[in-house]
Design a protein around this ligand. Structure first.
Ligand code: ADP
Ligand code: MG
Length: 702
């Protein structure tokens, strides 16, 4: 056989023609031998065990039998034929069935010869059978590498149509392994392999596909998982080092009048211990001479806005401008209002810039920024646009970061000669593993305390049939002077989905809560910005007792007098969304409620989500459950994160220990050899180079 290397094209493998190669490339991203070898099976089945026919029942998974075919019998009419074989060992007999490829079977299989067959037992007309079993001659099975644990690959339909089955794939992999004959370049340094008692890459790859036994398989997986996470961490941490070296940060030396004035005269309440702690952490960054890139995590209602404001005042005291960017217009406006109010009388210039800012105003704002008359610019995406130029932008705060993409972050960086400090705030707590992976290049501050006097929101699950009870409860609350949110998942009724629709809901709510006694405001995504704003104001000012809306209010809206959050068709929402919505209440001193309405029909997952909400108010705990239920790929933020989430082996919901271990190893290595120049670390440097080239967007924001 021809000698190949790991980067050779797969067409060099026997049996892979141009057409197959193309499908492999398109369907599985397999172009080289290496890609093929890293296409790991999703499970193995144990072929070291043989069953006796007398033991078989239909509950069994794939099993293996050894026996002889006693007879063939062709049944049914033409085009609907089936081939039935009686297959027996010394304990009994079963039927083997074929609906396709009948001719081939008849020509190639012999009666009374011994075969090993493999398949999932089923039942028809009270007879146990195996449909389309895999068949091997005993000598053939022993010759192959495939005696014990056998790999099962996930194979897309298109490949199956070209007869690329699990078996064909494993044959290709065997061929690849044989032609490389152990020549797979090691991807971890020797000393690490020794230290961590890992198997060499060569062996690990082979064991991943064709393990000698389950413990070898486990060892192989452990090594490759470590490696996968280790290189992400090395990459992220290295980015951070490079950034720190490349960009000196603006130094905010002093805490001046604006900050002190605000602190002593305008601050409406005592800061929580956690707020003080994170402000201290941030201040340290701002004075360090290094550019800050910090993630501020804090549960809904923990008071991140206030932290943001105080940090901005430090920037302003040092003659720098700030911008605060929010994901929605409603939220930007809300920030603008509350911040303007908090800053009253301090002489700080605050402006709002969103998509619906009129051209005329826009021009005034542009000028105000250049003239340094605007100290704080609050807005949506609109403030990233190239036309927005600052006199001296020193600090950028991004609220609800997970909604912004990498490119947008990068644009903000370019708004001053050297990049401004960046504080990213997120209200959707992120499980630690995800944070380490998504934001592994950022420093992290956590507000782990809510302002005092908050009563935890009581959450209950209610079936739709109890609606009358719900309405009378809402009436009680409204009578006591409180306000109520009612949130719907969809705006337009859909024929196929049986979800409570906002328009229907609005109608039935106004029927149950008729004017003039009640005023019901409504907000949804398809309204014009000024209509939305009008409706919001009705509620914010307390003129409407009920706010009916879609999830547009999910983020950031702050009406402390609202004490009830009713979520219709709660089964339709994800956990982080439910938690965010619940965070809209419980902001005042009164007891608040979150009521999750649902039909009786609930999937297991939906039930688990609702249960989790009822049992826990801890955002971090909820985020962990969310990660376990959905997997990292579906979590908000992962798609835009910039790290292509192509983890092949690691499950971020489960592999926390390995991740921490890999991160610590990466830190240790970079500490002693930040540039990875040591001969021992050459392998790491090379791997890193290769990997960064493969995943284009990997390099987060630098
Ligand atoms: P989030 O972290 O969700 O953005 P906000 O900044 O909107 O939270 O704050 C939630 C509410 O708590 C606001 O009404 C805010 O005024 C109030 N708040 C913030 N800090 C404190 C504090 N230290 N003491 C009392 N109330 C506070
Ligand atoms: Mg907020």
């Amino acid at each position: 056989m021809q000698k190949l290397n790991i980067d050779s094209d797969i067409t060099y493998l026997q049996g892979v023609g141009p057409k197959k190669a193309e499908t492999l490339r398109n369907e599985l991203n397999i172009a080289t031998i290496k890609d093929l070898l890293y296409y790991f099976p999703y499970k193995h089945i144990d072929r070291s065990q043989f069953h006796k026919i007398s033991e078989i029942d239909t509950e069994m998974p794939y099993i293996q039998l050894r026996g002889r075919i006693l007879s063939f019998n062709l049944q049914g009419q033409k085009y609907k034929e089936r081939l039935v074989a009686q297959f027996a060992d010394e304990t009994g007999s079963i039927e083997l069935l074929w609906f396709k490829g009948i001719k081939w079977i008849q020509q190639n299989l012999k009666v009374n010869k011994e075969y090993i067959i493999f398949g999932k037992p089923g039942k028809f007309a009270n007879r146990i059978n195996i449909i389309h079993p895999e068949i091997e001659e005993p000598e053939q099975a022993e010759k192959q590498l495939t005696v014990g644990l056998q790999p099962v690959y996930s194979v897309p339909e298109k490949l199956k149509k070209q007869y690329v089955t699990t078996k064909v794939l494993s044959k290709l992999i065997i061929a690849a392994l044989q032609s490389l004959s152990g020549n797979i370049p090691e991807s971890l340094p020797d000393y690490l392999i020794q230290q961590l008692k890992f198997m060499p890459l060569n062996q690990a790859i082979k064991q991943m596909h064709f393990p000698d036994n389950t413990s070898m398989l486990k060892n192989a997986i452990a090594r490759l998982k470590f490696e996968e996470l280790f290189y992400i961490q090395i990459h992220l941490l290295k980015q951070k080092l490079i950034r720190q070296e490349k960009f000196s940060g603006f130094v905010f030396k002093k805490v001046g009048d604006k900050f002190n004035n605000f602190y002593h005269n305008n601050l409406p309440f005592e800061l929580t211990g956690a707020q003080k702690k994170v402000i201290k952490e941030i201040r340290k960054d701002l004075g360090s001479g290094k550019q800050m890139n910090r993630l501020l995590q804090g549960d809904v209602g923990s008071g991140k806005t206030l932290v943001a404001l105080m940090v901005m005042l430090i920037a302003i005291d040092n003659d720098y401008q700030c911008s605060l960017m929010a994901p929605t217009e409603i939220l930007a406006k809300q920030h603008y209002k509350s911040i303007s109010k908090l800053l009253e009388g301090l002489g700080v210039g605050v402006q709002l810039l969103t998509g619906s800012t009129k051209t005329k105003e826009r021009k005034i704002i542009h000028k105000g920024l250049i003239d340094n008359e605007i100290n704080i610019l609050i807005g949506t995406h609109a403030l990233i646009e190239d036309t927005v130029k600052f006199y001296n932008l020193g600090l950028v705060i991004i609220d609800e970061q997970h909604r912004f993409g990498v490119a947008q972050r990068a644009k903000l960086w370019k708004k001053n000669i050297s990049p401004p400090h960046v504080l990213v705030m997120t209200a959707t707590p992120i499980p630690r593993t995800l944070a380490m992976t998504l934001y592994g290049d950022l420093d992290v501050s956590i507000i782990d305390e809510l302002p005092p006097g908050r009563k935890p929101v009581k959450t209950v699950h209610m079936f739709d049939s109890k609606r009358l009870r719900l309405f009378s409860f809402l009436k009680e609350q409204i009578k006591a002077g409180r306000q109520v949110y009612i949130v719907y998942p969809l705006i337009k009724e859909s024929e196929t989905l049986d979800y409570k629709d906002l328009e229907d809901g609005y109608e039935s709510i106004t029927r149950a809560f008729p004017p003039p006694e009640y005023t019901v405001a409504v907000v949804h995504g398809q309204m014009k910005a000024d209509e939305k704003e009008k409706a919001m104001q009705l509620f914010v000012k307390g003129q409407a007792q009920i706010m009916v809306s879609t999830t547009v209010i999910e983020v950031g809206v702050d009406v402390p007098n609202a004490t009830v959050m009713v979520i219709e068709s709660a089964e339709k929402f994800g956990l982080s969304q439910l938690h965010q919505l619940r965070g809209r209440v419980g902001r005042g001193a009164e007891q608040s409620w979150c009521i999750l309405m649902s039909s009786y029909k609930l999937s297991n997952e939906a039930r688990k989500r609702i249960q989790t909400m009822v049992q826990s108010t801890d955002g971090f705990e909820i985020a962990e459950v969310d990660l376990k239920l959905r997997g990292p790929g579906d979590l908000e933020g992962t798609q835009q994160s910039g790290i292509a989430f192509n983890l092949k082996l690691t499950n971020l919901a489960k592999d926390i220990k390995i991740l921490e271990f890999a991160r610590n190893k990466a830190i240790e290595i970079l500490k002693s050899d930040p540039k990875l120049k040591a001969p021992d670390n050459k392998v790491i440097a090379e791997q890193l180079k290769q990997k960064s080239m493969q995943t284009i967007q990997w390099g987060l924001i630098s």
